[in-house]
Ligand binder design. Sequence first.
Ligand code: MG
Length: 383
Amino acid sequence: MNFDAYLAPYAARPEASRGRRFPETPPTSRSEFQRDRDRIIHSTAFRRLEYKTQVFVNHEGDLFRTRLTHSIEVAQIARSIARNLHLNEDLVEAISLAHDLGHTPFGHAGQEALNACMKDYGGFEHNLQSLRVVDDLEEHYGAFNGLNLMFETREGILKHCSHPNAQQLGDIGLRFIQKKQPTLEAQLANLADEIAYNNHDVDDGLRSGLLTTAQLDEIDFYARYRGEVEAVYPGISGRRAIHETIRRMINALVVDLIQTSQARIQDAGLTSVDAVRDSPALITFSDEMRQQAAQLKRFLRENLYHHYMVNRMTSKARRVIRELFEAFMQEPRLLPPDYQMLSGEHGDDKLQAQARKVADYIAGMTDRYAMREHRRLFRIDEI
Ligand code: MG
């Protein structure tokens, strides 16, 4: 059965794939990339995303985005663009749903804190951790660790990588050393991520009251679509006005990305995925749109991500991560048995391996699990 009849010649195809690390019998009722998507959805790490911070910590409110709803929005945007460009929808969906699996609790504050703790032990990077989750940490199958995903899915998940890390990763790290591009599907999932968070952070920022519509009216990109909404629905206000504006912003970004990328793909005269790897990045916004999006991004950084109320939460989050890490490193016997290094290595190697296990344990925690674990370790009246 041909599941990929609609694909362009430059789309990723299972038959041209670099395959799985451990060879498996091809599926009969779905494509290889559908199988990857399904494995991701059934993974433990995917369910944890429900209780991991995007910007707002889970207990701050029921209606804010979490890593799970964020990942679903990324997949929606990426799939709809992929269909327009005749790219592999199953692959972009798999990458989108998996792209944040390695995130620590408490969002970027958690990642920065854990990276600082791991400074002498090889550092911590959430992209690399996402790959570690699907390659090693998931315990689902008898024959291998991890989910044994297709090369192209793994490559898409690893969207950034430092040079030293790339050198240790073998074939999956090679493109960072050779400065080549990943598949168009990977490029697309990356930008769909950006479209999703820029827009939903405006929505969540307004919902939380940390941002005001008056502030956003100063941003050209927002003001333009807010004006359009006013022209169609004079006097509209509140949630409807915000949603009508944001849907127009998402649509403008999506349409621009489709049109710009389509033209660039055509100009490049691509005939295969290999040609994609040798070309510059082809999934891009127009220059004008990139500038507009950058203005919005800057606004969010200054006014939302560094709002004093957000800073208070991120400061607490950093402290929780740091104190958990220090407690576990000082007394590894506080860790659940699976995370203790009982035998084997000695000296520095053992310390290094123990630190990595502590990082895996902490990174896997949901926000509320990390808070509970912190109470259990530091409060005498908590068990
Ligand atoms: Mg993301």
